[in-house]
Design a protein around this ligand. Structure first.
Ligand code: ARG
Length: 289
Protein backbone atom coordinates (compact mmCIF):
# COMPACT_ATOMS: atom_id res chain seq x y z
CA UNK A 1 0.00 0.00 0.00
CA UNK A 2 1.35 3.44 -0.86
CA UNK A 3 2.03 5.96 1.91
CA UNK A 4 -0.66 8.51 0.94
CA UNK A 5 -3.24 5.73 0.71
CA UNK A 6 -2.41 4.40 4.18
CA UNK A 7 -2.55 7.90 5.67
CA UNK A 8 -5.88 8.51 4.00
CA UNK A 9 -7.35 5.35 5.53
CA UNK A 10 -6.03 5.77 9.05
CA UNK A 11 -8.82 7.04 11.26
CA UNK A 12 -10.30 6.49 14.68
CA UNK A 13 -12.29 3.27 14.78
CA UNK A 14 -15.29 2.65 16.98
CA UNK A 15 -16.23 -0.77 18.34
CA UNK A 16 -19.91 -1.63 18.57
CA UNK A 17 -20.93 -4.27 21.12
CA UNK A 18 -22.06 -7.46 19.42
CA UNK A 19 -23.99 -10.63 20.24
CA UNK A 20 -22.54 -13.89 19.00
CA UNK A 21 -23.67 -17.50 19.01
CA UNK A 22 -20.97 -20.15 19.47
CA UNK A 23 -20.85 -23.95 19.89
CA UNK A 24 -18.19 -25.59 22.08
CA UNK A 25 -16.20 -28.20 20.09
CA UNK A 26 -16.93 -30.95 22.64
CA UNK A 27 -17.55 -33.51 19.89
CA UNK A 28 -15.12 -32.06 17.36
CA UNK A 29 -13.20 -34.47 15.16
CA UNK A 30 -12.30 -34.85 11.50
CA UNK A 31 -14.00 -38.12 10.59
CA UNK A 32 -15.01 -37.23 7.01
CA UNK A 33 -13.75 -34.84 4.35
CA UNK A 34 -15.99 -32.26 2.66
CA UNK A 35 -13.31 -29.62 1.99
CA UNK A 36 -9.61 -29.83 1.06
CA UNK A 37 -8.48 -28.97 4.60
CA UNK A 38 -10.09 -32.04 6.15
CA UNK A 39 -7.92 -35.14 6.31
CA UNK A 40 -9.41 -37.85 8.54
CA UNK A 41 -5.96 -39.49 8.66
CA UNK A 42 -4.52 -36.45 10.46
CA UNK A 43 -4.92 -36.53 14.24
CA UNK A 44 -6.92 -33.80 15.96
CA UNK A 45 -6.20 -32.84 19.56
CA UNK A 46 -9.77 -32.50 20.86
CA UNK A 47 -8.76 -31.06 24.24
CA UNK A 48 -6.59 -28.45 22.53
CA UNK A 49 -9.49 -27.59 20.18
CA UNK A 50 -11.68 -26.86 23.21
CA UNK A 51 -8.93 -24.81 24.91
CA UNK A 52 -8.33 -22.72 21.77
CA UNK A 53 -12.06 -22.19 21.32
CA UNK A 54 -12.43 -21.17 25.00
CA UNK A 55 -9.75 -18.51 24.49
CA UNK A 56 -11.67 -17.11 21.52
CA UNK A 57 -14.88 -17.06 23.54
CA UNK A 58 -13.12 -15.33 26.47
CA UNK A 59 -11.61 -12.76 24.12
CA UNK A 60 -15.07 -11.77 22.88
CA UNK A 61 -16.11 -11.34 26.51
CA UNK A 62 -13.06 -9.18 27.23
CA UNK A 63 -14.01 -7.01 24.25
CA UNK A 64 -17.44 -6.45 25.77
CA UNK A 65 -19.41 -8.73 23.45
CA UNK A 66 -22.15 -11.07 24.57
CA UNK A 67 -21.69 -14.74 23.70
CA UNK A 68 -24.64 -17.16 23.58
CA UNK A 69 -24.03 -20.89 23.45
CA UNK A 70 -25.80 -23.70 21.61
CA UNK A 71 -25.35 -27.22 22.99
CA UNK A 72 -23.10 -29.38 20.81
CA UNK A 73 -24.72 -32.59 19.54
CA UNK A 74 -22.75 -35.87 19.43
CA UNK A 75 -22.21 -37.06 15.85
CA UNK A 76 -22.20 -33.50 14.44
CA UNK A 77 -18.49 -32.63 14.67
CA UNK A 78 -18.79 -29.58 12.38
CA UNK A 79 -21.40 -27.96 14.61
CA UNK A 80 -18.58 -25.91 16.17
CA UNK A 81 -18.65 -23.83 12.97
CA UNK A 82 -21.64 -21.85 14.21
CA UNK A 83 -21.40 -19.30 11.40
CA UNK A 84 -22.99 -21.90 9.15
CA UNK A 85 -26.02 -22.41 11.38
CA UNK A 86 -28.12 -19.42 10.26
CA UNK A 87 -28.08 -15.80 9.13
CA UNK A 88 -29.57 -13.22 11.49
CA UNK A 89 -30.32 -9.66 10.41
CA UNK A 90 -32.74 -7.19 12.03
CA UNK A 91 -33.66 -9.98 14.46
CA UNK A 92 -34.91 -12.12 11.55
CA UNK A 93 -33.51 -15.63 11.34
CA UNK A 94 -32.88 -17.39 8.05
CA UNK A 95 -32.12 -21.04 8.80
CA UNK A 96 -29.43 -23.02 6.98
CA UNK A 97 -29.80 -25.92 4.58
CA UNK A 98 -26.54 -27.78 4.10
CA UNK A 99 -25.15 -29.21 0.87
CA UNK A 100 -23.44 -32.22 2.48
CA UNK A 101 -25.37 -35.04 4.14
CA UNK A 102 -22.90 -35.10 7.05
CA UNK A 103 -24.13 -31.66 8.13
CA UNK A 104 -27.84 -31.82 7.22
CA UNK A 105 -29.00 -32.29 10.83
CA UNK A 106 -27.32 -29.04 11.89
CA UNK A 107 -29.93 -26.94 10.04
CA UNK A 108 -32.89 -27.99 12.25
CA UNK A 109 -30.67 -28.06 15.36
CA UNK A 110 -29.79 -24.38 14.97
CA UNK A 111 -33.38 -23.43 14.09
CA UNK A 112 -34.53 -25.20 17.28
CA UNK A 113 -32.12 -23.04 19.30
CA UNK A 114 -33.60 -19.88 17.79
CA UNK A 115 -37.17 -21.12 18.41
CA UNK A 116 -36.34 -21.90 22.04
CA UNK A 117 -34.69 -18.48 22.41
CA UNK A 118 -38.02 -16.94 21.38
CA UNK A 119 -37.11 -15.44 18.00
CA UNK A 120 -40.45 -14.61 16.38
CA UNK A 121 -39.40 -14.39 12.73
CA UNK A 122 -37.84 -17.60 11.47
CA UNK A 123 -37.60 -18.97 7.96
CA UNK A 124 -36.80 -22.61 7.24
CA UNK A 125 -35.15 -22.39 3.80
CA UNK A 126 -36.16 -24.27 0.65
CA UNK A 127 -32.78 -23.87 -1.03
CA UNK A 128 -29.22 -24.55 0.01
CA UNK A 129 -27.51 -21.84 2.03
CA UNK A 130 -24.78 -22.40 4.59
CA UNK A 131 -25.57 -19.42 6.78
CA UNK A 132 -22.94 -16.82 7.44
CA UNK A 133 -20.39 -19.11 5.83
CA UNK A 134 -21.67 -17.66 2.55
CA UNK A 135 -23.73 -14.61 3.61
CA UNK A 136 -21.71 -11.64 4.84
CA UNK A 137 -23.55 -8.51 5.86
CA UNK A 138 -22.25 -5.03 5.06
CA UNK A 139 -23.98 -1.72 5.71
CA UNK A 140 -25.58 -1.71 2.26
CA UNK A 141 -25.68 -5.29 1.02
CA UNK A 142 -25.62 -8.99 1.76
CA UNK A 143 -22.58 -10.44 -0.01
CA UNK A 144 -23.34 -14.02 -0.98
CA UNK A 145 -20.89 -16.74 -1.99
CA UNK A 146 -21.68 -19.52 -4.46
CA UNK A 147 -19.77 -22.08 -6.47
CA UNK A 148 -19.15 -24.66 -3.76
CA UNK A 149 -21.88 -24.64 -1.12
CA UNK A 150 -24.73 -22.10 -1.16
CA UNK A 151 -26.98 -22.16 -4.24
CA UNK A 152 -27.97 -19.09 -6.30
CA UNK A 153 -31.61 -19.95 -5.45
CA UNK A 154 -30.61 -19.66 -1.80
CA UNK A 155 -29.31 -16.16 -2.50
CA UNK A 156 -32.68 -15.17 -3.99
CA UNK A 157 -34.46 -16.65 -0.99
CA UNK A 158 -32.30 -14.55 1.36
CA UNK A 159 -32.98 -11.36 -0.59
CA UNK A 160 -36.72 -11.96 -0.47
CA UNK A 161 -36.67 -12.79 3.26
CA UNK A 162 -34.45 -9.95 4.46
CA UNK A 163 -35.43 -7.34 1.88
CA UNK A 164 -31.82 -6.37 1.40
CA UNK A 165 -29.92 -6.45 -1.89
CA UNK A 166 -27.94 -9.65 -2.27
CA UNK A 167 -24.74 -9.47 -4.31
CA UNK A 168 -23.78 -12.92 -5.64
CA UNK A 169 -20.04 -13.68 -5.76
CA UNK A 170 -18.64 -16.76 -7.48
CA UNK A 171 -15.83 -18.59 -5.68
CA UNK A 172 -13.27 -20.54 -7.73
CA UNK A 173 -10.68 -22.07 -5.40
CA UNK A 174 -11.82 -25.20 -3.52
CA UNK A 175 -9.65 -24.21 -0.53
CA UNK A 176 -11.82 -21.12 -0.14
CA UNK A 177 -15.17 -22.85 -0.46
CA UNK A 178 -17.21 -20.49 1.73
CA UNK A 179 -17.30 -16.73 1.24
CA UNK A 180 -16.09 -16.22 4.82
CA UNK A 181 -12.82 -17.98 3.96
CA UNK A 182 -12.17 -15.40 1.22
CA UNK A 183 -13.65 -12.13 2.48
CA UNK A 184 -14.34 -10.40 5.79
CA UNK A 185 -16.44 -7.34 6.60
CA UNK A 186 -14.41 -4.87 8.67
CA UNK A 187 -16.91 -2.05 9.12
CA UNK A 188 -20.06 -0.81 7.37
CA UNK A 189 -19.02 -1.06 3.68
CA UNK A 190 -15.34 -1.76 4.28
CA UNK A 191 -14.00 -5.25 3.56
CA UNK A 192 -10.85 -7.28 3.08
CA UNK A 193 -10.65 -10.14 0.60
CA UNK A 194 -8.48 -12.57 -1.31
CA UNK A 195 -8.67 -11.58 -5.01
CA UNK A 196 -7.44 -15.03 -6.11
CA UNK A 197 -10.55 -16.72 -4.69
CA UNK A 198 -13.06 -15.13 -7.10
CA UNK A 199 -13.98 -15.42 -10.78
CA UNK A 200 -12.96 -12.42 -12.94
CA UNK A 201 -16.55 -11.13 -13.06
CA UNK A 202 -17.03 -11.35 -9.30
CA UNK A 203 -13.66 -9.73 -8.72
CA UNK A 204 -14.74 -6.83 -10.94
CA UNK A 205 -17.90 -6.48 -8.82
CA UNK A 206 -15.80 -6.38 -5.63
CA UNK A 207 -13.50 -3.73 -7.13
CA UNK A 208 -16.50 -1.64 -8.11
CA UNK A 209 -18.22 -1.88 -4.71
CA UNK A 210 -15.08 -1.70 -2.56
CA UNK A 211 -12.35 0.22 -4.42
CA UNK A 212 -10.45 0.75 -1.14
CA UNK A 213 -10.62 -2.82 0.17
CA UNK A 214 -7.72 -4.44 2.02
CA UNK A 215 -6.33 -7.15 -0.27
CA UNK A 216 -4.87 -10.34 1.18
CA UNK A 217 -1.81 -11.97 -0.33
CA UNK A 218 -1.78 -15.75 -0.88
CA UNK A 219 0.21 -16.44 2.31
CA UNK A 220 -2.27 -14.63 4.56
CA UNK A 221 -5.20 -16.23 2.75
CA UNK A 222 -3.70 -19.71 3.20
CA UNK A 223 -3.57 -19.36 6.99
CA UNK A 224 -7.27 -18.37 6.93
CA UNK A 225 -6.49 -14.72 7.62
CA UNK A 226 -9.78 -13.68 6.00
CA UNK A 227 -11.79 -15.82 8.38
CA UNK A 228 -11.95 -12.86 10.74
CA UNK A 229 -14.49 -11.14 12.99
CA UNK A 230 -14.56 -7.35 13.32
CA UNK A 231 -16.54 -5.20 15.74
CA UNK A 232 -15.64 -2.06 13.82
CA UNK A 233 -12.39 -1.57 15.71
CA UNK A 234 -10.97 -4.91 16.90
CA UNK A 235 -10.38 -7.48 14.19
CA UNK A 236 -9.98 -10.99 15.59
CA UNK A 237 -8.11 -13.15 13.09
CA UNK A 238 -5.68 -16.10 12.93
CA UNK A 239 -2.38 -14.94 14.41
CA UNK A 240 -0.36 -16.33 11.49
CA UNK A 241 -1.90 -13.70 9.16
CA UNK A 242 0.76 -11.13 10.00
CA UNK A 243 0.63 -9.28 6.68
CA UNK A 244 -3.09 -8.64 7.05
CA UNK A 245 -2.60 -7.58 10.67
CA UNK A 246 -0.09 -4.94 9.54
CA UNK A 247 -2.45 -3.65 6.85
CA UNK A 248 -5.31 -3.44 9.35
CA UNK A 249 -3.16 -1.58 11.88
CA UNK A 250 -2.21 0.93 9.17
CA UNK A 251 -5.93 1.67 8.72
CA UNK A 252 -6.54 2.26 12.40
CA UNK A 253 -7.98 -1.16 13.26
CA UNK A 254 -6.69 -3.18 16.18
CA UNK A 255 -5.86 -6.70 14.95
CA UNK A 256 -6.00 -9.42 17.61
CA UNK A 257 -4.36 -12.69 16.57
CA UNK A 258 -5.58 -16.03 17.91
CA UNK A 259 -4.42 -19.62 17.40
CA UNK A 260 -7.16 -22.02 16.27
CA UNK A 261 -4.83 -24.65 14.75
CA UNK A 262 -7.07 -27.61 15.64
CA UNK A 263 -10.21 -26.08 14.14
CA UNK A 264 -8.28 -25.26 10.98
CA UNK A 265 -8.02 -29.03 10.45
CA UNK A 266 -11.77 -28.97 9.81
CA UNK A 267 -11.40 -26.06 7.40
CA UNK A 268 -12.48 -23.27 9.72
CA UNK A 269 -11.18 -20.55 12.01
CA UNK A 270 -12.36 -17.45 13.88
CA UNK A 271 -15.34 -16.40 11.76
CA UNK A 272 -16.50 -19.96 11.15
CA UNK A 273 -16.87 -20.38 14.92
CA UNK A 274 -18.87 -17.17 15.31
CA UNK A 275 -22.44 -16.43 14.24
CA UNK A 276 -23.46 -12.81 14.68
CA UNK A 277 -26.93 -12.20 16.12
CA UNK A 278 -28.02 -8.85 14.70
CA UNK A 279 -30.94 -7.36 16.56
CA UNK A 280 -33.61 -5.19 15.00
CA UNK A 281 -32.44 -1.59 15.00
CA UNK A 282 -33.56 0.12 18.17
CA UNK A 283 -32.33 2.50 20.83
CA UNK A 284 -30.18 -0.22 22.43
CA UNK A 285 -28.25 -0.83 19.22
CA UNK A 286 -27.47 2.75 18.25
CA UNK A 287 -23.84 3.76 18.58
CA UNK A 288 -22.80 5.39 21.82
CA UNK A 289 -20.53 8.41 21.88
N1 ARG B 1 -15.86 -28.69 7.96
C1 ARG B 1 -16.78 -27.62 7.74
C2 ARG B 1 -17.36 -27.71 6.33
O1 ARG B 1 -16.65 -28.07 5.44
C3 ARG B 1 -16.10 -26.32 7.96
C4 ARG B 1 -17.02 -25.14 7.90
C5 ARG B 1 -16.31 -23.86 8.11
N2 ARG B 1 -17.22 -22.80 8.31
C6 ARG B 1 -17.21 -21.63 7.67
N3 ARG B 1 -18.03 -20.71 8.04
N4 ARG B 1 -16.42 -21.42 6.64
O2 ARG B 1 -18.50 -27.42 6.09
Amino acid sequence: MSEPASRAHRRARTARPRRYLMCRPTHFEVSYSINPWMDPAKPVDAALAVAQWERLRALYGDLGHQVELIDPIPGLPDMVYAANGATVIDGKVLGARFRNAQRTAEGPAYLDWFRAAGHPTLHDPQHINEGEGDFLVTGSWILAGRGFRSAPEGHAEAQEFFGRPVIGLELTDPRYYHLDTALAVLDHDEVMYNPAAFTPGSLAVLRRLFPDAVLADPADAAVFGLNAVSDGRHVVLPEAATGLAAQLRARGFEPLGVDLSELLKGGGSVKCCTLELRAAAGPETTARP
